[in-house]
Design a binder for this molecule. Structure first.
Ligand code: ADP
Ligand code: MG
Length: 406
């Protein structure tokens, strides 16, 4: 049985016209001899009536620190609404279908509310559907813990559902349908001449996704990679082949390995706060211990940590700035907070050991008079922290510097 898992993101389901596009995509895949498993996200984005963010806001109006377990229940409603709607739409176009919640689809997770990991999939119900020529529509982003609690999988969780099902069902392909043509050298909302990558290795897309490119969730890529199932990121609106993510490039029927490119693309993460703590009398590790322990106790995760003898610098998510401030004041520390920062990263899986990449990054930023607040690197990327207001300029400057555009 040839199976295709086809996941449709929030922006792919907003209008009747788009839902008709989705129906015709599904029916043409069925006509090509494949069984289709549809996975859906909630409809729309922030402020849309049935978007997950809308439900979160609703609960937070009642309790700013909502109950975790109950939060997962309300957060899973968006995918139920979109799934039921799409199933009815498919049915109207003559496709035999059945809507399944995460639990009914057999998605079993750990018990970590809000950010659960998929442990395994029991594909029984889905296989029953497929064997009876029924196209299941599965609610993405949700599962059930081993002790029966409803869980959600965190941001981008519907991608994870699609990958987990793809691997469990040994699918031929996992199609991720979205509002862009595929994976580009940078976010096309920011860089107008971003170029479409027609094929990319798991390794490269993993790096891009980890550094912020939200187009596919990194966990989804890791799962697909482990099961060696190819993913294709493509547009719901346009008829194009998008970007194939695999270990191999299929070229005229002959398999050819994809070579990692020096620089794959430029990514970013916004809404960060940089925190600096200075202490010229520090002569041990007690300060570091106190700082990181107090933040850990407050449930704040820290990133880009740089510890020097007389100061500590790190970043946190912007939403956690208030909480971090209180935690540090609580241990008599006066932090210097730099709000509204963003991280820009140059990502390239083959960048290791190539001289001059950092020099080019600095030159590009200098030419645009952008201050680098902090920087760092790993073997696959170089990142700089900049002010949020410089973000667009910085991403474009790097994209141009490395000649990634069309
Ligand atoms: P969906 O709702 O379909 O899951 P997402 O918003 O999660 O959609 O992901 C698609 C978005 O990812 C695009 O609209 C685009 O702005 C953004 N994006 C960020 N980086 C890239 C990139 N390198 N290539 C393509 N899209 C990108
Ligand atoms: Mg997404």
């Amino acid at each position: 049985m040839k199976i295709a898992v086809q996941k449709f993101g929030g922006t792919s389901l907003t209008t009747t016209e788009l839902r008709s596009r989705v129906s015709s995509i599904v029916s043409s895949t069925i006509s090509s001899g494949r069984k289709v498993v549809v996975v859906v996200s909630a409809i729309g984005r922030e402020n849309d009536p049935y978007a997950t963010d809308t439900f979160i806001k609703l609960v937070k109006e009642t309790n700013p620190e909502p109950l975790d377990r109950e939060m997962d229940m309300i957060m899973s409603c968006g995918e139920i609404i979109s799934g039921v709607l799409l199933a009815n739409h498919l049915s109207n176009t003559g496709i035999k279908t059945r809507f399944l919640t995460g639990e009914q689809a057999g998605v079993v997770t750990d018990g970590n509310f809000g950010n659960a990991h998929v442990l395994y999939v029991n594909p029984g119900n889905i296989m029953d559907c497929l064997e009876n020529d029924i196209t299941p529509v599965v609610a993405g982003f949700q599962g059930i813990s081993e002790n029966g609690e409803l869980t959600t999988l965190g941001r981008g969780g519907s991608d994870t559902t699609a990958s987990a099902l793809g691997v469990a069902l040994n699918a031929e392909i996992i199609d991720i349908f979205t509002d862009v043509e595929g994976i580009m050298t940078a976010d096309p909302r920011i860089v107008t001449n971003a170029r479409l990558l027609d094929a990319i290795s798991y390794n490269e897309i993993c790096q891009l996704a980890r550094e912020g490119a939200r187009v596919v969730h990194p966990r989804a890529i890791e799962i697909a990679m482990q099961g060696n199932v190819p993913l294709r990121v493509r547009s719901t609106r346009l008829n194009s082949t998008g970007t194939l993510i695999s270990n191999q490039l299929y070229d005229n029927g002959n398999q050819r390995m994809i070579k990692d490119q020096l620089i794959t693309g430029i990514t970013y993460t916004s809404n960060l706060t940089q925190i600096k703590i200075e202490d010229s009398n520090n002569n041990g590790t007690q300060l570091e211990l106190n700082v990181f322990q107090s933040l850990a106790d407050a449930g704040i995760s820290v990133d880009f940590i740089n510890v020097q003898l007389d100061r500590i610098v790190f970043t946190i998510q912007g939403e956690q700035a208030d909480r971090a401030w209180k935690a540090l004041k609580g241990i008599n520390i006066e932090p210097i907070m730099e709000m509204n920062c963003a991280k820009v990263a140059v990502v390239g899986a083959a960048m290791t050991g190539i001289p001059g990449v950092m020099a080019s990054v600095v030159a590009a930023m200098n030419a645009q008079e952008i201050n680098i607040l902090q920087s760092g690197d790993s073997y696959t990327n170089i990142w700089c922290l900049v002010k949020e207001k410089d973000l667009g300029k910085a991403v474009n400057a790097l994209h141009d510097k490395f000649e990634l555009g069309n």
